[in-house]
Design a protein around this ligand. Structure first.
Ligand code: BGC
Length: 381
């Protein structure tokens, strides 16, 4: 090897040594007050940051992802989730912004289900149906902070104990929500639960994403979505699944290749689009439930932000904010209108307790429920 070759080799080895020796970028987990509710109870928040400018703020009311700051392709940070500025406003709104939803995310037909021969009646808070655990679901409860950890992978664990019979569901349910953020720009969220009696549950997170960022003042019609799902579950006029598993091929529901949200959202020939007022449907995620696998991807051409989502759940609800009507405002006094955000809510299928052939929502004592979702952020250059 000649002199220059040796020098190049030495430089290369030094580079590798430096990379190996450099510690993981430090993350932080910081606890702070987040105001109080009308009854005086204090709300707290925990902000997780990594060394790449990502910051996720989780508040104890509803174990809610209250803000998610992500840099764009030029490094400019912005908040990419919808929400409210104060805890009191979250209590007043029926939108479930960023919330942990339970006991049963999405709908249960007529608010009734039968388990081991006994019929349970739940509140009907969405026309004839039960939605998102009722008017005072997990999103409206104060969760406890169990632990806050900094370091390479900052993490917060929140918990909530739902009393036997709460909202009409059987069994005392102990639930945790664990949010963590790593150096690979992945926000990971896991819901776990145990019960004292056989019950049904479906816990999910209800974040409303707008990758252009709050200050861009844009809807999501030009954001491109990919859904790794060959089938979805069509619904009736009240958004309850009919039981069919329909192929997306040849319909406006086919997102196996990236399409702009707005491209086919007004295709009135498809009755499912009319029932949902756009997209408000459960997709059957390809691959084996229980294993973490790609479910969705969103790309925003203006900011360059990309979000990839992997899930363990059998399904994912794709909802385009169709019921936001511009009559109220969220963070920074911004009015939220139809189509301002994309929700991707992983879980079992809607109304599973009334469909024997859907993946089961049942949890028995001695078993631990788990639902994991990972959101990975990057930019297009
Ligand atoms: C449902 C929508 C509902 C929204 C807000 C979504 O999960 O599918 O129909 O309007 O949540 O509650």
């Amino acid at each position: 090897m000649d002199g220059s070759g040796r020098r190049a080799r030495t430089a290369l080895l030094a580079g590798i040594a430096m990379t190996l020796a450099s510690p993981a970028l430090a993350g932080t987990a910081t606890r702070s007050p987040f105001g109080a509710l009308a009854d005086g109870s204090k709300v707290e928040a925990v902000t997780l940051t990594n060394g790449h400018g990502i910051s996720a703020k989780v508040m104890t009311l509803g174990a809610t992802l209250q803000s998610l700051i992500v840099p764009d392709r030029n490094g400019k940070a912005d908040d990419i989730v919808l929400g409210q500025d104060s805890a009191a406003e979250y209590l007043a709104r029926p939108n479930y912004f960023g919330a942990s939803v339970g006991r049963y995310a999405n709908r249960i037909a007529k608010g009734k289900f039968t388990l081991d021969g006994k019929t349970y009646t739940l509140e009907t808070n969405d026309g004839p149906n039960h939605l998102h655990g009722g008017a005072k679901g997990f999103d409206k409860r104060l969760w406890k902070i169990d632990s806050v950890t900094g370091g390479a992978e900052p993490k917060v664990v929140l918990s909530y104990v739902s009393a036997d019979g709460e909202a009409g569901y059987p069994g005392e349910l102990r639930v945790t929500a664990t949010y963590s953020l790593n150096d690979n720009n992945e926000l990971r969220l896991e819901y776990r639960a145990t019960t004292t009696k056989p019950t049904v549950l479906n816990l999910t997170n209800h974040s409303y994403f707008n990758l252009a960022g709050g200050s861009a003042n844009k809807d999501v019609m030009a954001e491109k979505v990919t859904l790794h799902a060959a089938r979805f579950t069509p619904v009736d006029a009240t958004l309850i699944p009919t039981g069919e598993r329909r192929a997306v091929a040849g319909t406006p529901f086919d997102f196996r290749e990236a399409h702009m949200v707005g491209e086919r959202i007004r295709d009135g020939r498809d009755q499912q689009i009319r029932y949902g007022r756009g997209y408000d449907h459960n997709y059957i995620v390809d691959g084996a439930p229980g294993t973490l696998r790609p479910a969705a991807r969103i790309e925003d051409a203006t900011s360059g932000r990309v979000m990839e989502m992997s899930v363990t759940a059998p399904g994912i609800q794709f909802y385009t904010g169709n019921f936001m009507d511009g009559t109220f405002f969220g963070k920074k006094n911004r009015v939220y209108r139809q189509g301002d955000a994309i929700c991707l809510e992983p879980g079992v299928f809607p109304d599973s307790p009334n469909h024997a052939d859907f993946p089961s929502a049942r949890l028995d004592p001695g078993k631990t429920y788990s639902n994991v979702m990972v959101y990975r952020f990057s930019t297009d250059r």
